[in-house]
Write a protein that binds this ligand. Structure first.
Ligand SMILES: Nc1ncnc2c1ncn2[C@@H]1O[C@H](COP(=O)(O)OP(=O)(O)OP(=O)(O)O)[C@@H](O)[C@H]1O
Ligand SMILES: [Mg+2]
Length: 323
């Protein structure tokens, strides 16, 4: 197994006390797997990305095991972890400015990335013009106009969509073993979004790069990854192959999310939405976390939190309907 997450717990210290956002979280990823993590705002998706890369904000603390090729990332020193981040794992943050250094030009940072990659591939002293070609090719693949201009600028001198594309081009250059992409296409318009998604799929297929794709958009998740994990209020509600999630969803929450995806452009039909909103981590409901909003909930659902119930192999669903 390439990545094995076991009993991961993440809590944030806040003025109101500690809030436990992830608890007993588990995830397995093979080399070349592409998994999407889907869920409403606040379900803990970015927290998961921060936990894997050990880049949680200072108020966050994590425990458990995150094994990458057998070594626990939580046991590494800060220096060792920095090395892992440069070579094995790369994260595209939801706010892409967080992936870049504000006081270095875009070109400088991309050249550094190209250099790290060249050295890793066995060219200890790569020449400048080769590196520059790698950088300009990467910028062209994300369709950034005027790359010669862009590389001279500082991150804050670019638009949101441009920064996002710069960060994606950095991932293209570094070609990490694991890419964690947190809502990487939200600031892009649809044609560029499609292009970027295709690029990520290509990296996944051609180089066996594993991808954890974080999104609130189930249709995007379906396009990009072969497996989908649906999260709600910090817990895994359902995990299955993407086509099963979309064509034969089991959990009432997944069914609700799917119904909320607009599909009919012709009529003026009202969009469906799941009533209510996710609970606060300080005041979780008794029983299933989704039960107050679930139209299929019965007695037990309001009393006891369901375990993850096996749906065959690694696939599972957290719902008493499938006991
Ligand atoms: N620095 C922090 N301090 C305290 N609580 C935090 C912090 N960051 C996140 N949280 C809380 O953790 C929970 C999960 O947040 P997270 O950002 O992981 O959600 P998300 O699924 O990525 O949401 P979104 O779709 O809006 O990006 C939320 O309740 C959030 O308020
Ligand atoms: Mg997020």
């Amino acid at each position: 197994m390439f990545l094995e997450i076991k009993e991961l717990k993440v809590a944030y210290k806040t003025v109101n006390g500690k809030s436990i956002v992830l608890n007993n979280f588990e995830l397995n990823l093979d080399k070349g797997d592409s998994i999407s993590i889907v869920g409403e705002s606040g379900s803990g998706k970015s927290t998961l990305g921060g936990a894997i890369t050990r880049l949680l904000p200072p108020s966050g603390e994590e425990s458990g095991e995150i094994l990458m090729n057998g070594k626990n990332l939580l046991d590494l020193s800060e220096d060792e972890m920095t090395l892992v981040r440069g070579t094995e794992i790369f994260m595209i943050f939801q706010n892409p400015l967080n992936s870049l250094n504000p006081v270095k030009t875009v070109g400088f940072q991309l050249m550094e990335a190209a250099k790290i990659k060249a050295i890793r591939d066995g060219t200890p002293e790569p020449n400048e013009s080769d590196l520059e070609k790698v950088v300009l090719d990467a910028l062209a693949s994300v369709r950034l106009p005027d790359p010669d201009q862009i590389i001279k600028r500082y991150p804050h001198e670019l638009s949101g969509g441009q920064v996002q594309r710069v960060v994606i081009s950095m991932a293209l250059i570094l070609r990490p073993k694991l890419l964690i992409a947190d809502e990487p296409t939200t600031a892009l318009d649809v044609t560029i979004q499609a292009q970027v998604i295709n690029l990520l799929k290509q990296l996944n297929k051609e180089y066996g790069m594993s991808i954890i794709f974080i999104t609130h958009d189930l249709s995007l998740a379906y396009v990009i990854s072969n497996k989908i994990m649906v999260m709600y209020a910090g817990t895994i509600m359902e995990f299955n192959e993407s086509k099963t999630i979309v064509k034969n969803p089991r959990h009432p929450y997944t069914i609700g999310l799917l119904r909320s995806v607009p599909t009919d452009y012709k009529t003026n039909s009202r969009l469906y939405y799941i009533n209510g909103s996710p609970p606060s981590f300080f005041n979780l409901p008794k029983g299933c976390r989704f039960s107050p909003r679930c139209d299929k909930a019965f007695g037990k659902c309001h009393e006891v939190e369901p375990p993850l119930i096996s749906e065959g192999g690694e696939y599972k669903v957290r719902c008493w309907l499938f006991e």
